[in-house]
Structure formats: C-alpha cells, structure tokens
Design a protein around this ligand. Structure first.
Ligand code: ZN
Ligand code: ZN
Length: 359
C-alpha cells in the first residue's frame, strides 16, 4: 500500500504540490486499505496520514496500512479540521481532488488553513494509478468474473421462459451471493424484447415470452473488485432479423477485442467496432461507448469511446461491449471483460458467445 502512495507522490511533479488530500473514498481505500464510509488520507513524500472519526476507530486499526499514521476525529464532520492540524509548518501547496471535494467542504478546509498553505486542484491522480492493475488486483477481478460466469450458467439451466425479468435478476444475484460475492457490482439488468432496447433497463414484473431476445448484464464484487458481463440470450427462436443483428454485434465485439492492445487509443478501439456496426447501417443504434475500465469501481479509467483521450496500457482492465438497440423491437449487447497486454488482451469472461437459444 505504501508503494501506491509512493507512486502517487511521483505524480505530484506536474502541479508541483507538496501534499495531496485524498477524499474520494474509493481512492482512500486503494491507498490505505480502509473500506469504511468516512475517512480521508493526506499523502506526501515524507508524510502519510489517515483520518477518520470515532465510529471507525476499530475498523481503521484493522484495515489501514501500517505506514499511515492514524488520527481519529471526535465528530463525523471533524475530519477536515484535523487536516489543518496535521500539516507541517512552512509554505505549502496542498492538492485536493477537484472531482470530489464539495464547495462547502472546500470553504471549511480553507477557513481552517494557515495563510501560507495554498489549495490547488488536482484531476484524477489516484484514478490514473488505479487504471493499471497490480497482480493481486487482477486476481480478484478474475475470481469475480469466474464466479459471475458460473452463476449465470447455473441460472440458464433452470430455463428463462415464463419467469419475469425481476425473478431472473434476483435469482442471478442470489446465486452470485451464494457463491461468495460480497455484493453485486451494479444492479443486474434483465431486459426482454423491446425493453432490451434500453441500454440501462430496469427489470420488470414481466414474464419472458417465447421468441424474446433477453439482455442480461451482471457482475459480482470480491474484495471490492468488480466484474462486468453482458450476454443476450434467445428465449426460443427469435427469428431471422434478431439472429442477423446478433451476428453483427458479435462480429463487432470480436473486432473490438482484436483491436485492444497497449499503446492504442481508446478512441481507435471504439472506432474499429463501431465501423463494423455502421457498415450494416446501424450506426445510430449503437449509442454508447464501446467499453470502460473496471476495478474497485464498475466504471473507471480508461474509456473506450468516440471521445476518449486514454491510451491503453498493459494491465488496464476494460470491457468490450458493443450493442444495437432497435426501439420497439429488441436490443442486443455482448460484453466481455479483458486485461490489456502488450500485444493484445487476455479475455477473462468465459461464458460462450454464440447465440444461445434457451427454454
Ligand atoms: Zn455490463
Ligand atoms: Zn460494462
């Protein structure tokens, strides 16, 4: 953990900060090990301080890496006051996470600081580190993926026709929990027929009918690390049109996987898959990005999309998930989770991708 803090301080050079105040709880967890819901970290080359309140004293003692000095505030709102007290003397540039600190928190922090402490915005420094996974992080993501894959294959064995979307979502989530998932990494999507044309559909109390295409998007969380997978299953014969679109999405997905490689821009990888779908006239029916990073959060860096500035690096973990959504008819999305390597990627997801026609 201290190793992560050390690599973080190496990123201070650009804004020229002396210390960084980390308030985003996922970033705090990444750097310190603390998984509670009120805490922050102060990081500098010569200083590592973790601050929480009295309710988390025990948890902090158990979880926070030994390299951090621990300070406990007497009240849940008192964390920022302890920041001011913890700073070394002398002129200082203190970075804070612009995406996380609210305006009122910023005001409170500023009010408590000496005049020779300058507050400086920083942008996603910890997130930049988090994008490149360490071997044990990859192991957790792989284990979460295997667990989620097995739960899904178990679900399909009981058949889907006649069950409602909500029943199937619940069954899949309980199966993941039974197999050891701490929680689901996001609300499971089960969306049949025309409902599947909404990329973020909520499961309904509507039964799956024979001939429906059904989108399943689900993930498990292990030791804080997420998995993410989508499969579109046919409940009985879906007909020619749906089969054709399925083959097109699969072709785009395979092209996207082929394009993933360290050194490549997220925008280019997105473009490769998007072109396959556009060539068949469905450009406007693929309205989202090709993929996103996955780790302690379900959506993190890097991003594969038309607007991405990210360049892929070895040990990034990203999804590749093209989709085609036809309003009033059906939606089809196929998503794998992969680890970026120097010459391509390792696919973590093992659920088959040829069209499954389930009972
Ligand atoms: Zn997904
Ligand atoms: Zn995803």
């Amino acid at each position: 953990m201290s190793d992560r803090a050390q690599r973080l301080t190496a990123l201070f050079g650009d804004p020229g900060n002396d210390l960084l105040l980390v308030t985003d709880l996922v970033n705090v967890r990444y750097l310190t090990g603390y998984s509670g819901s009120n805490g922050l970290a102060l990081i500098g080359p010569q200083l590592l301080i973790f601050i929480s309140d009295f309710r988390y004293q025990q948890q902090a003692a158990e979880e926070v890496d030994d390299t951090f000095a621990r300070r406990i505030a007497p009240a849940p709102q008192g964390l920022l006051d302890l920041v001011a007290e913890s700073l070394p003397s002398g002129e200082l540039r203190l970075g804070f996470e612009a995406d996380n600190l609210s305006v009122s928190q910023h005001e409170r922090l500023r009010a408590g600081l000496r005049d020779d402490v300058e507050l400086v915005t920083t942008n996603r420094l910890v997130e930049t580190l988090r994008a490149v996974k360490e071997p044990d992080e990859l192991a957790w993501i792989k284990a979460a993926t295997e667990l989620a894959d097995a739960a899904f294959e178990r679900l399909l064995r009981d058949g889907i026709v006649g069950h409602t979307e909500r029943e199937l979502a619940l069954a899949l989530e309980s199966e993941m929990r039974r197999r050891g998932a701490e929680r689901v990494s996001f609300e499971t999507i089960v969306a049949a027929g025309a409902h599947g044309a909404l990329p973020h559909a909520q499961p309904r109390d509507v039964a799956i009918r024979d001939g429906d295409m059904v989108v399943f998007d689900w993930g498990a969380e292990l030791d804080g690390y997420c998995s993410d997978c989508t499969r579109t299953i046919a409940a009985g014969d879906p007909g020619r049109d749906a089969r054709d679109v399925y083959e097109l999405v699969l072709e785009a997905q395979l092209a996207g996987l082929q394009a993933v490689r360290a050194g490549r821009d997220g925008r280019d990888v997105d473009g490769v898959a998007r072109e396959v779908i556009a060539a068949d006239g469905y450009a406007d029916q693929f309205g989202h990005g090709l993929g996103h990073g996955v780790g302690l959060e379900i959506h993190e860096r890097p991003t594969l999309s038309t607007r991405s500035d990210d360049e892929l690096q070895p040990a990034n973990v990203v999804t590749v998930e093209p989709g085609v959504y036809l309003p009033g008819q059906f939606g089809i999305r196929i998503e794998d989770l992969v680890v970026v390597t120097d010459d391509g990627c390792d696919i973590l997801t093992s659920v088959p991708k040829q069209l499954v026609v389930a009972d």
